[in-house]
Design a protein around this ligand. Structure first.
Ligand code: ATP
Length: 258
């Protein structure tokens, strides 16, 4: 479904701050892949998501989504096909707008802005049905401003919003990192349910090793702009925290000398 072919990316080319991050990274994501992405700070995890979402362009290589070459498409052209949720709950929703308005905005993503679309009540039952699966009572808060919701409720709303237009790919960038442990568990369980129900191919960056082990069918580890580990199937199911940490030590030690 998604193919990254030989991606090269250098920041601040020709500048004193020049930093070459990717030198020919390739990755193939299948339709039913839920991939957890782990790795050290500065490994390039968010940059990878920025490249897939179109927030950042690349210097060389190509990006193919369901057979379509999207390499030269900007973020706004990709946003109907690719949804993204960030660490900061306020980035995925508009706090000054109501739950209903946020959902209307998400449903009309990619369409020309028209205020009447935001207040159109015809999708109310669709919104209520979608919110019900969260089991957070948000279906009774359609007219409440999002700024009045908790961080967990906002991230859950962002998840519903991101799946509303049936994207082909979901990008989760440490989307539970700003939540307390209990809420983070709830949001992860909701994430897993939505990913499975909507059959979304998903790339999830996380520093939470427990989540990386428990969720998804595949795990990749990044280090210094390289994918140094890619496990799936039984191998992923059998991963333990200790095994993953020791694999990380092995492969990062090896990459220091390669
Ligand atoms: N827009 C940018 N301009 C310049 N350098 C950047 C930019 N974005 C990322 N970088 C650099 O690229 C490298 C990788 O950053 P990135 O944010 O992708 O790492 P990460 O793996 O997500 O790290 P963390 O786990 O700490 O969030 C870092 O050295 C960072 O400073």
């Amino acid at each position: 479904m998604l193919k990254l072919n030989n991606i090269c990316k250098t920041f601040n080319l020709g500048d004193i701050n020049e930093e070459s991050i990717f030198h020919g990274v390739s990755l193939e994501v299948k339709d039913d892949d839920f991939i957890c992405i782990v790795g050290s700070n500065g490994a390039g995890k968010s940059t990878l998501l920025n490249i897939v979402s179109g927030k950042l362009g690349i210097d060389r290589g190509s990006i193919i989504l369901n057979g379509e070459d999207i390499t030269d498409q900007v973020e706004s052209q990709r946003c109907k096909k690719i949804s993204r949720i960030f660490q900061d709950p306020s980035l995925g929703t508009v706090p000054s707008m109501t739950v209903h308005e946020n959902l209307s905005m998400a449903l009309n993503k990619g369409k020309k802005f028209n205020f009447s679309l935001l207040i159109d009540k015809k999708n109310e039952s669709l919104f209520k049905e979608s919110l019900k699966i969260l089991d957070l009572g948000l279906e009774d808060k359609l007219e409440v401003d999002v700024s009045k919701l908790s961080g967990g409720q906002r991230q859950s709303l962002a998840l519903i919003m991101s799946a509303l237009t049936d994207p082909r790919l979901l990008l989760l960038d440490e989307h539970t990192a700003a939540l307390d442990p209990k809420t983070s568990e709830i949001v992860m369980a909701i994430t897993d349910r939505i990913v499975k129900e909507k059959k979304l191919a998903t790339l999830m960056v996380t520093h939470n090793i427990d989540h990386a082990i428990r969720y998804g069918n595949r795990l990749i580890m990044m280090h210094r702009g390289q994918i140094i580990l890619d496990v799936s199937g039984e191998e992923k199911k059998n991963l333990t925290k200790e095994k993953l940490l020791s694999l990380f030590k092995d492969v990062s030690d090896r990459s220091l000398f390669s």
